[in-house]
Design a protein around this ligand. Structure first.
Ligand code: C2E
Ligand code: CA
Ligand code: CA
Length: 517
């Protein structure tokens, strides 16, 4: 029997091509993602440059912090009382060991620089503005940008002092700072300048660009100015444009998959409707045999979808679909119609044979179904006693539904219908379910027969099912019996009614007639 692929093939015949609108939709998804991205690209790029500027300033600050740490040892309590001559070797040694610092001067509480590494004894005072900044700085450190006295080149002076009031002035050429910033910002198409007390360190002019960011240091009179250019935004746009593209692709994939599913379902539903209205269905009947006498006591009707090109399609595939799309009631009515006709047309052959019909949970709960049965019985009153309705043991019935089920079964049993619990032992409702309702048969599921051999652990289970059925005055039917050995064990255990390939597969109507005669 063909599988779900066959069903899909049938379905594909009814799929109407809407590929054009789908590609349009996908185009829309990409466009929307790009437009949204465009809306965010400027604020995002601004945020990036802002964060970058802040990080850069922090790096520069920590470089200065590092110098202070590195040279603080020169300011020991003893050094304050020492003459320049005594301090000089240490000052020179520290310059020698540092690759960036070019000169160090040491000053006293009054701000008088009395000794420098390059010139030894000297005497000049720090500007009052510098002294004021040192006074107000929380770290007792400040910067100045001046021409050095002797070399006449411009240098950054890092000036700091300790608790005793004496301090150091460290001269650092600005090129190291400029190089550091150059490296960090050079390839991002932004303009920048670094200011020490409002003086630009680099020679270049600063272009204010499109958006400007200025971050100021809390520790030093130091600021970093960055401005963006159009080029910067273009670079950022291309740099991150994989994000909206990836997002659009993911959304498109999701869209295509859901569209595919929807179309499949829709078209499967259409195919099923088409099959119902064109009666592409055929009933097969599987005999239920008394193993002692060999007589057929009943037949289970099993529906097949007979597609003109795909052949038979299994109910395991189309029944769940019919349930999902609300066609199961129509299908059940169709089955009952066929069964009734078969019973009427072969009344004498089937005089001692009943036919069972599978009724889904959702169908038995419908008042419209009960009305349908009422009408059927009104036209053919003898039918009811020939039909057994199979209802699967199901723990999904709510308390309310159980109430409805009881009302419906009582009503139908008054007409003379009998009932069977199908697939017994596979659900979890167990005792409670079968005790509450007027079932006549228990159909033991084929999973219990599959691994049935002499010392199998299934035997005690089968025994208890049998005694339960006897207690409740129900007949047992064992499904799925395929081998003589299984039959023999079941016989020994006291089971009488058997349905399975051992006796017969489900047969088309004509073959069943031949089987019975
Ligand atoms: P089910 O009610 O348990 O039906 C018995 C299934 O076991 C049938 O499968 C039958 O062919 C299979 N079977 C019988 N003897 C043996 C055996 O010895 N070995 C094995 N391996 N299998 C055996 P089928 O015909 O494919 O039906 C599958 C299910 O579809 C049925 O299970 C029933 O739940 C559902 N179904 C069939 N027809 C209808 C219908 O008209 N209405 C509803 N609601 N469900 C139906
Ligand atoms: Ca069944
Ligand atoms: Ca069954």
């Amino acid at each position: 029997m063909p599988d779900i692929r066959a069903l899909k093939l049938i379905a594909s015949r009814t799929i109407t091509s809407k590929e054009d609108s789908a590609s349009l939709k996908i185009l829309q998804i990409y466009l929307v993602c790009i437009v949204v991205y465009l809306m965010f690209v400027v604020p995002l790029s601004n945020k990036i440059v802002e964060v970058k500027t802040q990080t850069l300033l922090q790096e520069i600050e920590s470089q200065f912090d590092h110098y202070i740490e590195q040279f603080s040892y020169l300011l020991t309590p003893s050094s304050s009382g020492r003459s320049c001559k005594e301090n000089l070797p240490d000052l020179r040694k520290s310059i020698f060991n540092s690759d960036r610092v070019k000169e160090i001067g040491i000053f006293d509480q009054n701000g008088q620089i009395y000794c420098t590494s390059n010139n030894g004894d000297t005497s000049f005072y720090l500007y009052q503005t510098i002294m004021n900044r040192l006074e107000t700085s929380s770290t007792h450190a400040t910067l100045s940008y001046t021409r050095t006295k002797f070399s006449r080149t411009k240098s950054i002076a890092l000036i700091f002092r300790n608790e005793t009031g004496q301090g150091l002035s460290i001269l650092i050429p600005p090129r190291y700072l400029i190089r550091h910033i150059n490296q960090a910002l050079s390839d991002s198409s932004v303009n920048y300048r670094i200011e020490v007390i409002s003086r630009n360190l680099s020679e270049q002019l600063f272009d204010e660009g499109m958006t400007q960011f200025k971050v100021k240091s809390d520790k030093y009179p130091l600021a970093l100015d960055v401005s963006t250019t159009l080029n910067y935004y273009i670079i950022q746009f291309f740099h991150y444009c994989w994000v909206p593209l990836l997002l659009a692709s993911l959304i498109s994939i999701y869209y295509i998959l859901s569209l595919h599913n929807k179309r499949n379902n829709n078209s499967l539903e259409n195919s099923l409707r088409f099959a119902i209205s064109n009666d592409y269905f055929e009933l097969h009947y599987q005999p239920i045999v008394n193993l002692q006498s060999g007589n057929t006591v009943g037949c289970e009707s099993l529906l097949r979808w007979k597609d003109p090109s795909q052949g038979y399609i299994s109910p395991d595939i189309f029944i769940p679909l019919a349930e999902k799309v609300n066609l199961i009631e129509d299908i059940t009515k169709l089955v009952l119609g066929k069964v009734s006709l078969f019973l009427v047309e072969n009344a004498s052959l089937l005089s001692s044979v009943y036919i069972s019909v599978n009724i889904s949970r959702s169908v038995i709960l419908k008042p419209s179904f009960v009305t349908f049965i009422d009408e059927l019985v009104n036209t053919q009153p003898t039918l009811a006693s020939k039909i057994v309705l199979e209802i699967t043991e199901d723990n999904n019935f709510s308390q309310n539904e159980l109430g409805t089920l009881k009302i419906h079964l009582d009503k139908l049993s008054k007409h003379g219908f009998r009932f069977a619990v199908d697939d017994f032992g596979t659900g979890y409702s167990g005792l409670d379910f079968i005790r509450q309702f007027p079932f006549d048969f228990v159909k033991i599921d084929r999973v219990f027969v599959k691994s049935l051999y002499d010392d199998s652990t299934i035997i005690p289970l089968l025994n208890s099912m049998m005694s339960l059925a006897t207690q409740l005055n129900m007949k047992t039917i064992v499904e799925g019996v395929e081998e003589a050995s299984q039959l023999e064990i079941l016989n020994r255990l006291g089971f009488v009614y058997i349905q399975g390939y051992y006796y017969s597969k489900p047969l088309p109507q004509e073959e069943l007639i031949a089987f019975l005669t």
